[in-house]
Write a new protein. Structure first.
Length: 369
């Protein structure tokens, strides 16, 4: 029996085509299903979320405009502090530690404004999503409420520049773009003094290791007991005041916590230089009295009175008269930051030095009040 190869080939080709058609239909169905799922996510989640995010950003921007003016709102938006609640909170935290430099913002000229940046974001979204939307039968992203504001784009700021040709004495003028300003937020903020207050317990736990305070400070859990004798309470308050002055150097990177150990260590050195160290320069043979000579709460220091008036030779040379000396002490006490520091300086002055026939220590105590 003869084989009809033509009929056989035709059968094979027909089977291949039918399989190809079924495969194409399956692929088309897969593509259609994939497109449907992508479209549902895009139209149901991605674009609505983007639209809502833009509304939040615009609201935050408008709030900043109302509170601080357009220039500051612009630089905040450029630095993405308007995108959500978390970024606005971060901005508020910065403003708690800084003041807005209104002078720097007054003439600021940024390359873009809010609407320009918004249009850029919309154009990027259109390029990303429009091809898919068109396959779904949606004309463009604008049909879903994500609209541009082309008419409100900021024009380029121009200024007139006049130049003079020194050879021909010809004057020409031309319009040139105004130079754009920095967009760094830090360039428009002024740091304000840090108001962090040293926790009393933490300060006491460190201070107890200095100046003999271990005899006067005791701890029971979180409770502190003070039993200062003589002028130790003033000395303790003076050390705390100086620690507050230097603590700024020992803030962590976030500006939230102070390395109290290092702050107290430096404060102790500063307090010594401005008090005991200064007394050693001013007075001749400045020293602490014999404990048996010190009355409770009474003066503890003295100067060598064997030669001269108790003041050092250099001090007498620089401030020869009683009035000169009085003026020096007035100015010096004013340089000390707090009343505690002034009183500590006065209390540690020698009690056997006179000025104008009266006790210098009493005079200093009077000034420190």
């Amino acid at each position: 029996m003869a084989i009809d190869f033509g009929r056989a080939a035709q059968g094979i080709a027909t089977g291949y085509l039918q399989a190809k058609i079924r495969n194409t239909e399956a692929n088309d169905a897969l593509k259609a299903n994939t497109l449907m799922r992508v479209g549902e996510t895009l139209i149901g989640e991605t674009i609505p979320n983007a639209i809502e995010a833009e509304k939040v950003r615009r609201t935050n921007y408008d709030n900043l405009v109302g509170e601080f003016g357009v220039p500051f709102a612009e630089v905040a938006d450029i630095n993405r502090f308007t995108v959500d609640d978390a970024s606005m909170k971060a901005l508020r935290e910065k403003l708690e530690k800084s003041e807005i430099n209104k002078e720097a913002l007054k003439d600021a000229n940024f390359a873009t404004d809010y609407n320009t940046r918004y249009n850029t974001r919309v154009k990027s979204a259109e390029e990303k999503y429009d091809p898919i939307l068109k396959q779904l039968g949606v004309d463009n992203i604008g049909a879903l409420g994500y609209n541009t504001v082309e008419a409100l784009v900021k024009p380029t700021a121009m200024e007139t520049v006049t130049t003079k040709d020194q050879m021909t004495d010809t004057v020409t003028t031309q319009e040139v773009p105004v130079p754009t300003s920095s967009t760094q937020l830090k360039d428009y903020l002024i740091s304000t003094p840090y108001t962090f207050k040293l926790p009393e317990t933490e300060f006491a736990r460190v201070a107890v290791g200095y100046r003999g305070f271990d005899d006067a400070i005791t701890f029971e859990g979180d409770n502190i007991s003070f039993k200062f004798k003589g002028t130790k309470d003033t000395e303790y308050n003076a050390l705390r005041a100086v620690t507050n002055d230097v603590k700024q150097k020992y803030l962590d990177e976030k500006g939230e916590n102070v390395n109290i150990g290092m702050a107290v260590e430096e404060a102790n050195q500063v307090l010594y230089r401005q008090t005991e160290g200064q007394h050693n320069v001013i007075f001749n043979g400045y020293s602490k009295k014999d404990p048996r000579e010190i009355k409770p709460g009474g003066p503890e220091f003295q100067a060598n009175m064997i030669e001269g008036n108790g003041f050092s030779n250099d001090f007498n040379k620089n401030f020869p008269t009683d009035n000169d000396k009085r003026e020096y002490f007035k100015r010096y006490l004013l340089q000390l930051g707090t009343g505690s520091e002034q009183r500590y300086f006065a209390q540690t002055a020698p009690d056997n030095v006179m000025i104008g026939g009266k006790s210098l220590r009493d005079y200093l105590l009077f000034l420190s009040q």
